[in-house]
Design a protein around this ligand. Sequence first.
Ligand SMILES: *Cc1c(COP(=O)(O)O)cnc(C)c1O
Length: 421
Amino acid sequence: MEYSHVATQDSAVHAALVGEEQREAEGLELIPSENYVSYAVREALGSALTNKYAEGLPGKRYYGGQEFTDAVETLAIDRAKELFGCAFANVQPLSGAPANVAAYFALLEPGDTVLGMDLSHGGHLTHGHPLTSVTKVFNFVRYKMKDVETGEIDYDAMRAVAKHEKPKLILAGFSAYSRELDYEQFVSIGREVGAYVMADIAHIAGLIAGKVAQNPFDVGFDLMTTTTHKTLRGPRGGMILTRENEEIAHKINKAVFPGLQGGPHMNNIAGKAIAFGEALRPSFHIYAGQILKNAKAMEEVLHARGVRMIGGGTSNHLILADVFGSLGVSGKEAEQVLDEVGITVNKNVIADDVRKPLDPSGIRFGTPALTTRGFDERDCAQVATHMLDALEGKDDPAKKETIRAEVRALAQTHPVPEVFV
Ligand SMILES: *Cc1c(COP(=O)(O)O)cnc(C)c1O
């Protein structure tokens, strides 16, 4: 992308923009929460809409001059509803974390209990990590996997905790869990104890929109929150979806604004509208399916080379590998070694980790970004092989140099696309 005005006006920022552009082009991005947006989305992010205040909702704003903000927000809402098969969508949350905070405040009173996935078993920070502000207001209790080797959730224990703790909200969602959840179980437990049932689909929104993963609304979930920038491949942002309950939808709208946020970022909402339009095309179904096939291809290489994966493998786009247990390399060191050869992953705690969070046993990686670049199963198997070769050869600079060159060649043959067909 041209940054001609930045180049003339501010060389320091220009250097950073160009540097990042080059880093993204030359390396392989395997952080499962990252992706590349189309140039159409990038143009919307840099559009005149960033200048505009639009507090309120389409047709009900607090300031004048809303002809075009109403148009883009209505498009984003309508496309979101079509993508996820639901009656209401609020596309204003600035990101996934504020979407969750707004959902909690919409549905709960201070002191209420939320039942969510244990953080070391894959749950997200916003599901009640002690360092987050929401834990000062709400009480978070946990469910876990029954078997770390298969990833199966302990639904019996979950039901028992729910009966005992009487949560008002049950959360299905994760950022480091590689299997599909049994959504029917969540709904049945929720109905039994009178709790709302919410899915935080931040990581798998693209798989659901692409119809290669189950949609929690199909089995009766009350609401869903999501990011828009992970598998859904839109601009950085969040969104809250509700099925058909108008009362919940109204509470959500009020909790987002004025409850939590001020003016919506309309340039970003225009980007969401464009990305949702892309996700509605038949080709997005193929993209989503390829994400899964590519993750499976990586899983097979890890299996063949004896690397332990939490949950035993993957049913979504995400793999959590116990590199410390399998290769004697800590998560932090693995992240560094892979960085050196041009492969970006992130260190991650694994269930019942014997190591500390800042230098845990695992690495987490996934295929959404590579798949956007057109990588297929064979390419992804090659990437997995490079990863394991690099980790096993971490003390051999010549070997790492060879791998680095091969990674760069692979990246060059798969440029970051500007347009998605
Ligand atoms: C990424 C993620 C979030 C937070 O999204 P941000 O945009 O980083 O605020 C929330 N929930 C889950 C499950 C996530 O994976």
